[in-house]
Ligand binder design. Structure first.
Ligand code: HEC
Length: 164
C-alpha cells in the first residue's frame, strides 16, 4: 500500500499526463472561455455602513472601539497607520477567532451572527478607519443592545472553553 501522499502524487501525474495527451475537448474550451469572462468581484466597502453593522449586528456586544463596547473580545480599534486595508485579511482574522466567537455568540446572543460578503467588506473598512471610529459614541448604541454588552473577559465567561 502506498502512503496517501504518494498515491495522490501518482494519480496527479496520471491526470496531468492525460490532460497533456488530450486535445482540448470542446467542454474544456468552453470552461476556459467562461473563466475569461468571469470577473473577480470585490464588494464596495464603506466604513460608515461598517459602523452600523458593528452596532446593529451586535459585534459591539463583545468588541469595543474607542473604548466603547463589550470587553469579552479583543478591541477592534484601528491597528497602526495602515495606508490600505484588506477585506480578506479581516475575514481571515475573524476566521482565526471563529471557534471561540461562535461559542460566545451562541451563549450571549443565542445564535451565530450571519454576515454577507458585503457586510464583511463594510466591517473591514470600519476596522481600518480612524476617523469614523473616533466619531463612534455611546449614544450610537441602542438601549437594547447596550443591555446585552458583556463586561467579562471571555476566558472568565466559560472556563471550559479552552479545553474544548
Ligand atoms: C459574543 C461575543 C462576540 C461577538 C458578538 C462577536 N465577537 Fe468577534 N470575537 C469574540 C472573541 C471572544 C474573539 C477572540 C477569539 C480568540 O481569541 O480566539 C473574537 C475575535 C474577533 C476577531 C479577531 C480579533 C483579532 O485580534 O484579530 C475579529 C476581527 C472579530 N472578532 C470581529 C467580529 C465582528 C466583525 C463581529 C460582528 C459581526 C464580532 N466579532 C462579533 C467574540 C465576539
Amino acid at each position: 500500500m502506498l502512503p496517501v501522499s504518494l498515491r495522490l502524487a501518482v494519480s496527479l501525474c496520471f491526470i496531468a499526463a492525460a490532460l497533456l495527451a488530450a486535445a482540448p475537448l470542446p467542454a474544456m474550451a468552453e470552461d476556459a472561455k467562461m473563466s475569461e469572462d468571469r470577473k473577480l468581484v470585490v464588494p464596495l466597502a464603506d466604513a460608515e455602513q461598517g459602523l452600523e453593522i458593528f452596532v446593529g449586528k451586535g459585534c459591539v456586544v463583545c468588541h469595543s472601539v474607542n473604548g466603547i463596547g463589550g470587553k469579552a473580545a479583543p478591541a477592534l480599534d484601528v491597528a497602526g497607520n495602515q495606508p490600505y486595508f484588506d477585506v480578506f485579511d479581516f475575514a481571515a482574522r475573524m476566521w482565526r477567532g471563529a471557534p471561540t466567537m461562535i461559542v460566545l455568540q451562541e451563549m450571549e446572543l443565542g445564535y451565530q451572527i450571519d454576515l454577507t460578503g458585503e457586510d464583511l467588506a463594510h466591517l473591514a473598512a470600519f476596522a481600518a478607519d480612524l476617523e469614523v471610529q473616533r466619531r463612534f459614541a455611546e449614544t450610537d448604541i441602542p438601549e437594547v443592545i447596550r443591555d446585552w454588552m458583556v463586561d467579562e473577559v471571555y476566558q472568565e465567561l466559560d472556563p471550559d472553553y479552552m479545553t474544548r
